[in-house]
Write a protein that binds this ligand. Structure first.
Ligand code: ADQ
Length: 744
């Protein structure tokens, strides 16, 4: 209310000032106009009489003057004639009763010989006086006085003021009404809605923010309150979950538990994570900048961990709008709406990216480590770029930890095999780990790499090396044993070189229990409608288009399934979400063609007028969109020919809070070791995979539910927070050897 009064008061004052100023000017102008009019009339009258009267006055003929005046009839107000001594000779009858004995203008006109004019009060009435000297041979012989009624000047002024006062009042009333309406519609109304909504949030009933008319005014407030409520509920949920887990005596890792653990164990020491892929890249799209989460298992796994732990994430800035969205040093806080950690972007030239990323990492190491019959390409120039980029990242990491004591550096993946030793050489007090997200092949297979020695020595700079499985750890240790001079401690799974010891351990990676924060409300029917299909059974596959993922094999197995079991035609539809990946590499272009050709062939052979067996959606999807497919599919297919872990399998399971859906999983994935209730297949065996599809669609609901419940328990217990907790715990426990001495 106070605000409204203030607003209305301000409007009134503004109106008063503006109207008042205009009224003053208007009154002044009107007065001047009326005076000019009086003067004009007086001059006309005076000049008209002067010639006739002058001779009579000169002769002193009062009768002559009287005669002339009589002829004049009845002028408004009056005329008086004075002789040379300023004595009244004649005055018109209406003037006689009010005329004072002396009029100053008359005397002035006589003495000066000039016209004098002005306003006078004659017995209470306001008059305009005009005194003109009467001359004879240029000498004043008398005065002609014209007196005109000036009372209307005062009336006119009052009229104007009254008119403006009414105008002001009308304007003030209209302004008040408009202000009240605007305040109600734009401020008090929305505020009331917002406070009702805030009350709902406070009561733990999350609701979308109300529609408010001025998004610019209230939008930011609504957004902030939404976020505040979100954080508040998350904290509340985390506390409740912790309490429930404690009551049940369970030791499940949660985001909150990881946070506490990091606070305790790291005790203020900083954490730096390094990966090639950044968690968010900014790309230009139709003139606008969009934030993009890459289709990468590594990012899916590391992002929730960084949210929990904080610290700095160093990664290649690959988006075309990345520079504009970061500061001068390439830093920005993430998540952008509620920063919990810092992303430090590293800029690479096109040549560096080509040689290090597409060349050595993805045409060399990727096929070398995944035994999938794609021949690795090793170019010396690519390795030179690989070394150069590893050095560049080392310099960035060292800059980030310059002022930190005993920092923790967590390096990710095969893009940075040389980085551990580069960092450790400069900062022996840093605890360095490298986690290898892809498989490690056997010694013979790895041995074809011309730089195997450099790679192994680079990695062994780390204090801890992690793989997804013990099998990959063993392969690595064997490779080290046979390729370089080092002592392997098979009892503790470590490598000793001189004073330096590197622990090699499995840490099976996983996903966060909540795949997305707020799942979309799309129903299965809504999803099918969006796809423009009807299906009794829906299958789904979610991959980057990569030759390790067994995509052509999967589509051939689907064909086999429909040929073997024609009763499922028109009843089963398989949807493949496929994010384009590494598409400048010829082998990937070849695979893209192979995938499309295979799908076209299967569809053309089997499709009917109302049904296509495979729907191919070849683009990047956000997790919220993928969630809908996982949640409504009857089965999910993961048919990797070789995969370190495979997070799609775990994502599918984590989303199925309905305890439904069947997972068909390649036994050549790390995930197959944990998810024993999936239908395990050899993806090269298309008949076996086709049989698994039939088993999936025919599986009894109770069995589906029992299998899914067991898999869900595994994924819930072995989640990404546990992965991070165990890895960091191991790393912080490792004693450091600085200048030949080991600390505890
Ligand atoms: P990736 O080879 O990238 O990971 P994966 O673990 O399956 O493979 O993760 C793929 C991620 O990309 C998932 O989070 C998935 O949701 C997402 N994704 C897939 N298709 C997508 C699409 N069309 N649009 C958007 N996102 C999509 C590597 C190793 C794996 C290991 C992980 C983590 O190869 O074996 O599991 O690292 O260590």
């Amino acid at each position: 209310m106070k605000f409204t009064i203030r607003l209305v008061g301000a409007l009134w004052l503004a109106a008063l000032l503006v109207l008042g100023a205009f009224a003053v000017v208007q009154v002044r102008e009107e007065k001047a106009r009326l005076v000019v009019d009086l003067e004009r009339r007086a001059v006309l009258l005076g000049e008209g009489l002067r010639e006739a009267i002058e001779p009579q006055v000169a002769r002193g003929s009062t009768a002559g003057v009287e005669r002339i005046l009589k002829k004049l009839g009845k002028p408004q107000r009056g005329i008086a004639v004075y002789d040379r001594l300023a004595t009244l000779m004649v005055a018109t009858p209406d003037l006689t009763p009010i005329l004072p004995p002396a009029v100053p203008e008359v005397t002035e006109a006589l003495t000066g010989g000039e016209v004098h004019r002005g306003f006078r009060e004659f017995k209470g009435s306001r008059e305009y006086v005009y005194a003109a000297p009467l001359l004879r041979e240029d000498r004043p012989v008398g005065v002609l006085l014209v007196v005109l009624d000036a009372g209307h000047l005062v009336t006119a002024e009052w009229e104007l003021w009254r008119y403006n006062a009414v105008r002001f009042l009308v304007l003030a009333v209209v302004l008040t009404l408009i202000a009240l309406a605007v305040v109600r519609a734009s401020i008090t109304g929305p505020m009331a809605k917002l406070s009702a909504w805030t009350k709902e949030l406070r009561a733990g009933r999350p609701a979308p923010p109300p529609e408010v008319p001025d998004a610019n005014l209230f939008g930011p407030l609504a957004l902030e309150v939404s976020r505040l409520a979100g954080s508040f509920h998350k904290a509340q949920a985390a506390a409740e979950q912790e309490a429930a887990l404690r009551l049940a005596g369970e030791t499940i890792w949660t985001e909150e538990r990881l946070k506490q653990f990091v606070n305790l164990r790291l005790a203020g020491r900083s954490l730096v994570v390094v990966s090639n892929r950044e968690p968010v890249s900014h790309v230009r799209h139709g003139g606008r900048i969009q934030a993009h989460t890459p289709a990468s298992g590594l990012v899916t796994a590391m992002e929730p961990m960084m949210r929990a732990c904080g610290g700095v994430w160093v990664a290649h800035g690959s988006g075309d709008a990345d520079r504009e969205t970061a500061d001068d040093r390439g830093r920005l806080g993430l998540p952008e709406d509620d920063p919990r950690y810092t992303l430090r972007r590293v800029w690479l030239t096109k040549e560096q990216e080509q040689g290090y990323y597409y060349g050595f990492a993805n045409e060399g190491l990727w096929p070398l480590c995944h035994i999938v019959h794609t021949r690795p390409v090793f170019r010396p120039s690519d390795f030179a770029h690989y070394l150069e980029v590893n050095r560049k990242f080392a310099a960035t990491v060292l800059e980030e930890v310059e002022k930190e004591e005993s920092p923790l550096v967590l390096i990710q993946d095969y893009h940075f095999a040389l980085l551990p030793s580069l960092v450790k050489a400069e900062r022996p007090d840093a605890r360095v780990a490298i986690f290898w997200h892809i498989p490690w092949p056997n010694f013979e297979a790895f041995g074809i790499c011309p730089w195997q020695r450099e790679l192994l020595l680079g990695m062994l700079g780390a204090d801890l090396i992690g793989f997804h499985t013990q099998y990959h750890c063993n392969n690595f240790l064997e490779t080290v044993e046979r390729a370089i001079e080092a002592r392997i401690d098979w009892e503790h799974f470590s490598v000793l070189r001189g004073e330096h010891e590197t622990l090699v351990k499995p840490f099976p990676i996983s996903v966060a229990p909540e795949f997305v924060d707020e799942p979309p409300a799309t129903s299965r029917a809504g999803l099918l409608q969006e796809l423009g299909i009807s299906a009794e059974f829906l299958g789904v596959g979610v991959e980057r288009v990569d030759y390790t993922k067994g995509l052509p094999e999967r589509f051939r197995a689907l064909r086999w399934f429909f040929e073997r079991y024609p009763e499922y035609r028109e009843r089963v539809v398989f949807v493949q979400l496929a994010a384009p990946s590494r598409s400048t590499i010829p082998r990937y272009q070849e695979l893209q063609r192979e995938v499309e050709d295979t799908i076209r062939e299967v569809n053309q052979t089997l499709q009917t007028r109302s049904w296509r067996p495979i729907i191919y959606l070849n683009r990047h999807y956000e997790h919220r969109e993928i969630w809908t497919y996982y949640r409504h599919a009857d089965f999910c297919m993961v048919t990797s020919l070789h995969d370190g872990m495979n997070l799609v399998a775990k994502e599918f399971v984590s989303v199925r809070d309905d305890d439904d859906g069947v997972l068909i999983l390649s036994r050549f994935t790390g995930a197959a070791r944990e998810l024993r209730d999936a239908l395990l297949v050899n993806p090269y065996d298309i008949a076996e995979t086709a049989e698994a599809i039939r088993t999936a669609v025919e599986m009894a609901p109770e069995e589906r539910a029992a299998r899914m419940a067991r898999m869900r328990r595994t994924v819930r217990e072995h989640n990404i927070y546990q992965w991070a907790g165990l890895l960091l715990s191991e790393l912080t426990r490792i004693p450091l050897e600085v200048a030949g001495t080991r600390d505890a």
